[in-house]
Design a protein around this ligand. Structure first.
Ligand SMILES: Cc1ncc(COP(=O)(O)O)c(C=O)c1O
Length: 475
């Protein structure tokens, strides 16, 4: 046998999959795990100290003169050690209890381990012959999760890269149902991806209803609907109202039943962006907060928020698979008609993407490992932690609490700080690498935002956060 052509000066690097995959990966994983540990030790806090300039300098120094594309390779272990250490040392680590600015969760170890298998096997969900078992698992998972939101026989869901893609798909599906004159009224509290989706899809600009109390006010929405649609009972223009179950900045839930009633009255469709709050459906203690959710034509849910998945893990749920029909698409190399007629599942209509990671694997592995009650316990515990922080702040003379939390977001401000001082305090903590808190405007003032998504956060961690803020405020 003649050897295949190639440059014999370089050994061909091993593959992650196949019969030798595990042998190749195991030692590399040791290197990765060591580098994660040394990187976190070097960082020694929720994020790197020194701000953007210092972090940039450290990354440049670690890469050296060769930069990201050296003329000659350094080998897998050196490359992993250098880059993983550098990234960990320079990470804003959501696993640190004082890293609590955004809807950016610490992933569970079981989910990250499953994601490694997804990377090694690399199934692609655009055709059955690239993902035989993965496509079955995805179908089971999407139907199972959709049934948590919809009490209908053919509830279904698409796996998305997150809330942004799910919201875009919801608006797209509504446009396909109703045509290009579709309007998309939403509260000012809606995620920016909603009006952006209207813009992307060439629809009339989305109309915004101000939410006086942080949630979409049904009376104001009724005025807006009457303005666009005329009085109830007249022929309505095509409309998709978007409500939010878990607002990005305050974790508030719009009154879904009352909004759904209005939609019924005016003949409008309803989409609920439950990217943040949707998984409360799994918690017997908290699912009532989502009352009315199942009346929506579509629901966005993110499992990389209160679902503890590594990015990306989003869903768009619908009450009936038939609602997804507009996404059907044919590309001969992926779903030739005769292949489909012969029984090969057609996957192309399950996304607007073509090549697609099996994000269902990490999600399904997590659900199996924890079970419904295990996941509900994590959700309950994290909400309890947010309430504990709110009580501490409320009882403290040095802080003003905006309101008790609905989900896991706590807005507060130091009593004697003005907006500029508050913004400076946040940036100082970031610069020092001591805490990552968010900021948002509410009631005309700026507030600090703690978005608690770490189920391991303890009362002691919250005391530490308050002491840190007390110390920084009195400087
Ligand atoms: C309510 C809401 N919807 C949608 C999104 C967008 O989700 P993603 O970042 O996963 O695209 C967010 C992000 O925070 C959100 O808070």
């Amino acid at each position: 046998m003649t050897a295949p052509p190639g440059n014999r000066a370089h050994a061909t690097p091993p593959l992650a999959g196949g019969p030798t995959g595990a042998t190749a990966l195991r030692p590399l994983l040791d290197t990765v795990l060591d580098a994660l540990t040394t990187g976190a030790e070097a960082r020694n806090g929720p994020l790197p100290a020194g701000g953007p300039a210092a972090v940039t300098a450290r990354v440049h120094t670690a890469l050296g003169d060769a930069g990201v594309l050296p003329a000659h390779g350094t080998g897998a272990h050196e490359a992993l050690r250098t880059l993983v250490h550098t990234l960990a040392a320079g990470a804003a680590d959501p696993a640190d209890p004082l890293c609590a600015a955004h809807l950016h969760c610490p992933p569970l170890a079981v989910a990250a381990a499953a994601d490694l298998a997804a990377a090694a096997l690399n199934p692609s969900l655009d055709s059955w012959d690239q993902a035989p078992a993965a496509s079955v698992l995805e179908a089971l998972l999407t139907r199972t999760l959709a049934a948590e939101f919809y009490d209908t026989p053919h509830a279904d869901a698409l796996v998305t890269t997150g809330g942004t893609e799910a919201n875009q798909l919801a608006v797209l599906l509504a446009r396909e149902r109703h045509g290009p004159a579709l309007t998309v009224p939403h509260g000012a509290n809606a995620h920016h991806s909603v009006p952006r989706a209207a813009w992307l899809l060439g629809l009339p600009p989305a109309t915004e209803t101000p939410p006086p109390a942080g949630v979409l006010d049904p009376a104001r929405l009724a005025e807006a609907l009457a303005g666009t649609l005329g009085t109830p009972g007249t022929t309505p223009g095509p409309t998709l109202v978007t409500a939010t179950a878990g607002t990005t900045d305050a974790g508030l839930i719009d009154p879904i039943h009352r909004i759904a009633d209005l939609c019924d009255r005016y003949g409008a469709d309803l989409h609920v962006d439950a990217a943040y709050g949707g998984l409360l459906a799994l918690s017997p203690r908290h699912r009532d907060k989502l009352a009315g959710l199942g009346r929506a034509h579509s629901i966005t849910v993110d499992l990389h928020k209160l679902g503890w998945q590594p990015v990306a893990a989003g869903l768009l749920a619908v009450p009936d698979t038939a609602l997804l029909a507009p996404l059907a698409h044919q590309a001969d190399y992926l779903n030739a008609t005769d292949d489909t007629e012969a029984g090969l599942p057609d996957l192309l209509g399950r996304s607007l993407r073509t090549t697609r990671r099996p994000d269902a694997l990490k999600i399904a592995t997590t659900l199996r490992a924890l079970g419904r009650d295990g996941l509900a316990a994590l959700i309950d515990r994290t909400i309890d932690t947010a309430h504990h922080l709110a009580r501490l702040l409320d009882a403290h003379p040095g802080f003003e609490l905006h309101a008790p939390p609905t989900l896991t977001t706590v807005l507060f401000r130091p009593t004697h700080a003005d907006d500029d001082q508050l913004a400076t305090l946040r940036r100082t903590l970031l610069h020092q690498g001591r805490a990552v808190l968010g900021r948002t405007h509410a009631d005309g003032r700026l507030w600090l935002k703690a978005t608690l998504l770490n189920p391991h956060t303890t009362a002691g961690d919250l005391d530490q956060l308050i002491s840190l803020l007390e110390g920084s405020t009195h400087r």
